[in-house]
Design a protein around this ligand. Structure first.
Ligand code: SF4
Length: 285
């Protein structure tokens, strides 16, 4: 049974929660952090997929920051408007979401414009030629899947250098004091393995980008990670066919902010759902 990469980090966070969501089909109510995360992802996707057209328009190295900011501002607005229904559902307003989102995009616009300026200064290329030779190029939201790893997923962002692919996982929310959260490390390493297979290459490093503090945290991809991930995939697969409820996670902090808390502690209802689930599974055999 092929599983998604995000299930690996969910499993590490709380295996009971993963079970409630995937086996008993319980859903967390929509949260504002989730909506903001989706909006940011969609904007990044939009700016990355429009990058070729934007770079091909460049005919001089002045005013690049203005060009980038204008383009990203328009895309930010479009994505926020597209997500209006969900934004309203979690009681946020469009201008509030813009204020929370635009600083990230503006920073991204300035950084990319600066990179392009440096590349032009070094190579003196413009328009289509500039795009063709430009490194790194950025691929976003790339679907990857592997039969041998029993895994599938969507990689947030990949920086493509002449002979190197560098996956970057973008995360909102609190970052650890140093390094990455364990789930983020595993998720990013799993994407690196999937990309190695897809592009038949070796990936040596990856990053988790913590957007709220604008920091990229480095991960070295080593051969032991493959075994670690294969082991974890097995554990998740076993969890999904369990006939009893997994234990509570034991972390008060996690349970306090968990959207499934009420359902999770309602043993009676959960046992009923378990019975129904087992009945349905038997009928489907
Ligand atoms: S309430 Fe706690 S144990 Fe239950 S699913 Fe949420 S995080 Fe896991």
């Amino acid at each position: 049974m092929k599983i998604s990469v995000t299930m690996l980090s969910s499993y590490l966070y709380c295996s009971r929660k993963l079970f409630l969501e995937k086996v008993l089909k319980l859903r967390e109510p929509l949260k504002d952090s989730l909506v903001l995360g989706t909006v940011r992802h969609e904007i990044y996707d939009k700016i990355n997929s429009g990058e070729e057209a934007l770079v091909s328009l460049i005919t001089d190295k002045d005013h690049l920051k203005e060009l980038y900011k204008k383009s990203y501002l328009q895309k930010t607005r479009e994505v926020i408007i597209k997500n209006k229904a969900n934004i309203t559902k979690v009681k946020l307003d469009l201008s509030g979401v813009f204020q929370k989102t635009w600083p990230y995009m503006e920073r991204e616009a300035v950084e990319r414009a600066e990179n392009i300026r440096k590349f032009i200064e070094k190579n003196n290329l413009y328009g289509k030629e500039l795009w063709e030779k430009l490194t790194p190029k950025i691929i976003s939201e790339l679907r990857v899947s592997s039969d041998s790893l029993d895994l599938r997923g969507i990689v947030d962002r990949i920086e493509v250098y002449e002979e190197e692919y560098v996956p970057i996982e973008m995360k909102t929310g609190k970052a650890p004091r140093e390094g990455t959260w364990e789930g983020h490390r595993i998720q990013t390493a799993a994407y690196a393995l999937l990309l190695e297979e897809k592009f038949d290459t070796k990936i040596k490093e990856a990053f988790v980008q913590y957007l709220d503090i604008n920091e990229k945290r480095h991960i070295t991809i080593n051969p032991f990670m493959k075994e670690e991930i294969i082991e974890l995939v097995k554990k998740v697969q076993e969890l999904l066919v369990k006939t009893y409820l997994p234990a509570y996670c034991g972390s008060e902090a996690k349970c306090t902010k968990c959207g499934l808390r009420d359902k999770c502690y309602d043993e009676e209802t959960l046992q009923k759902l378990m019975k129904e689930e087992q009945k349905t599974s038997k009928q489907n055999i």
